[in-house]
Design a binder for this molecule. Structure first.
Ligand SMILES: *[C@@H]1O[C@H](CO)[C@@H](O)[C@H](O)[C@H]1NC(C)=O
Ligand SMILES: *[C@@H]1O[C@H](CO)[C@@H](O)[C@H](O)[C@H]1NC(C)=O
Length: 364
């Protein structure tokens, strides 16, 4: 899928399909099997650590994931080096639980888990469905992809894992004068109610300009702007999202995560390569535990907004560990319609599997 595809997807909101999702939602049901408290990341910062070779990796074979998206299917497109598949994230202060797909699915009986965000959310959603399917290959699944909504169901478990494409979280509305990005409006949130676990992500689309920018002007607090500093706009939108969480989410019913910023590797100078190099040809992680390029500026904004919230929202601390994985991108082996090498998304199996290890560790 290329940029045009993502653009088209992000512009259409398929209201009817989303309504179908909400019908029969899990409101009022207790969350047995999923831990709401005891967030161990408080006692152990799992973002500090290193990548170690583990013979138990990858956690599934690409061949055991028949529904893998073209743009993440690096092995299917002939990626020749395979070392990138063999790394496990080892925090320095504790051990992460080993991912158990059967156990995850069992805990999700009768529940709905939903990713909301851009193609990095799609990347993590697909990784999770591959990891669970590979663990219970005999369990019947139904995969439907209509408009902005992708749903992966295990009917025998009445468990649903979905992805709702919504790259900016706040609203874009059509007006006679063009597409307005409304930083203070989040009407699509009504489609997220009723999920037991929500995992949000948003960042990359805030950077788009020109043809890839999905809005013509910005509205905030009754004011109209031709453009705004993108980091400022991002922070305003995150506040709108946070206000929705404070007002509408019952933490006894819904667990909320926000995926940390997923870094790209399109500028090799950050890891000591000559100017003009990208992720092409990278076959090894950075093997020290801090990224030479430093903390991602959008991550600083995200952490600030989350830290000011009263309701519990958990940051999935994927940024630092992913910054070290310059070898994890599809590069020339995504072939999702990208004319340029893809140094933003991630091969599957690959780095997002570890994001789901963090997710699993957090909810059990
Ligand atoms: C992590 O696991 C290793 C190997 O099983 C063990 O030696 C170590 O003590 C564990 N560390 C912690 C903090 O539990
Ligand atoms: C890459 O990063 C270096 C160092 O920050 C910067 O000087 C350079 O302009 C960047 N190159 C591109 C193409 O963004």
């Amino acid at each position: 899928m290329g940029a045009d595809y993502f653009l088209a997807r992000s512009l259409s909101r398929v209201v009817l399909v989303s309504l179908l999702l909400v019908t029969g939602a899990a409101t009022g049901r207790a969350l047995r099997g999923i831990s709401h408290s005891g967030w161990r990341y408080e006692s152990c910062d799992v973002s500090l650590g290193s990548w170690v070779v583990d013979p138990g990796y990858p956690l599934y074979g690409a061949e055991s994931c028949p529904f893998i998206e073209n743009e993440f299917d690096c092995l299917g497109h002939g990626r020749p080096d395979h070392d990138y598949l063999r790394y496990r994230w080892q925090p320095s202060g504790c051990n992460l639980s080993r991912f158990n797909g059967w156990d995850f699915l069992d805990r999700m009986r009768g529940k709905k888990l939903m990713f909301v965000g851009d193609s990095l959310g799609l990347n993590q959603w697909q990784s999770l469905t591959c990891m669970i399917h590979a663990a219970v290959p005999a369990a019947k699944y139904v995969l439907t992809r209509v408009g902005d909504l992708s749903v992966f169901r295990f009917p025998e478990y009445n468990a649903e894992f979905s992805f709702s494409r919504n790259a900016l979280l706040v609203d874009i509305v059509s007006t006679p004068t063009g597409r307005a990005l409304k930083l203070d409006s989040i009407l699509s949130a009504k489609f997220w109610q009723g999920a037991d676990v929500l995992i949000f992500d948003s960042w990359h689309w805030w950077l788009h300009t020109g043809r890839k920018q999905p809005w013509d002007y910005i509205i905030d607090g009754g004011k109209i702007y031709k453009d705004l500093d993108r980091m400022v706009a991002y922070e305003k939108a995150l506040h709108t999202w946070a206000n929705w969480v404070e007002a509408a989410v019952d933490p006894q019913k819904t667990i909320i995560f926000f995926q940390g910023i997923s870094p790209d590797h399109s500028n090799g100078t950050y890891w000591g390569k000559p100017p003009g190099t990208s992720c092409i040809g990278e076959t090894k992680p950075i093997l020290f535990s801090t990224y030479p390029g430093g903390l991602h500026p959008a991550e600083v904004v995200l952490q600030k907004v989350l830290s000011e919230m009263k309701k519990p929202v958990r940051l999935l601390p994927v940024t630092t560990l992913s910054q070290l994985r310059k070898d994890g991108h599809p590069s020339l082996y995504g072939y999702g319609g990208h004319r340029a090498p893809d140094c933003s998304h991630w091969c599957l199996p690959g780095v997002p599997d570890t994001w789901n290890v963090l997710l699993y560790d957090a909810i059990i």
